[in-house]
Design a protein around this ligand. Structure first.
Ligand code: GLN
Length: 202
């Protein structure tokens, strides 16, 4: 018998609906999380793309920052896409002075790293554990400038100016991508996260 883990999508700002749809299609019971009581009910959380500074401010305004930090520190699986990656990072470059963080991932990310000329682009990248390349959509995306020893690099940019830059990582139950798998219809990243959530529950 299979079971569906309850995966929350932080629903304060950003592409929330797309993650709910992708998680549901990947076999999770996906719900929006906007208050601390809703966070209590989920097995895992997805922090969507959007604007990390705005999401951070809303986390404070909705009294969600501390509860979220506590759950992540206690081992709740979390997946951050783009702005979500920035929020899960322990260190942020080119952030705003008042930028808040959930933290947890031993990485340094650079916000809007790909620069103005190429602030949005798409490309196929190799992703650890996947048999064929993944189509990745980058929108004013961060990259991982530096990752700690316990961080597994899942994907790097293959070619172009940003070749070799780290754009997907995992550290135990925490995962982050610079890009937006929820926009492509390819469910494999969400399936991987749902798998991580299930493994945590065994
Ligand atoms: N540049 C945004 C930030 O700093 C992230 C962009 C995105 O999530 N698509 O939060």
């Amino acid at each position: 018998m299979s079971f569906a883990p309850v995966v929350g999508v932080l629903g304060l700002q950003g592409d929330v609906r797309e993650h709910v749809a992708a998680l549901s299609a990947a076999g999770a019971d996906a719900v929006r999380v906007r208050r601390a009581s809703e966070l209590d009910d989920v097995d895992a959380i997805v922090i969507p793309g959007g604007e990390s500074t705005t999401i951070g401010k809303l986390l404070v305004a909705f009294d969600l920052l501390e509860p979220l930090q506590k759950r992540v520190r206690a081992g709740m699986p979390a997946y951050g896409s783009c702005a979500g990656m920035i929020l899960l990072a322990d260190r942020v470059l080119d952030g705003t002075a008042d930028q808040v963080a959930v933290g947890g991932l031993d990485i340094t990310v650079r916000r809007n790293a790909f620069g103005r000329q190429v602030d949005s682009f798409e490309g196929d990248i190799d992703f650890a554990g996947l048999r064929s390349p993944l189509h990745a959509v980058f929108i004013r995306a961060p990259w991982v400038e530096d990752a700690g020893e316990s961080v597994q690099v899942l994907a790097k940019v293959g070619d172009g100016q940003a070749a070799g830059r780290i754009v997907a990582v995992r550290q135990g139950p925490l995962m982050a991508t610079s890009f937006h798998p929820e926009l492509t219809g390819d469910l494999r990243v969400h399936q991987l996260f749902v798998q991580i959530v299930k493994e945590q529950q065994l």
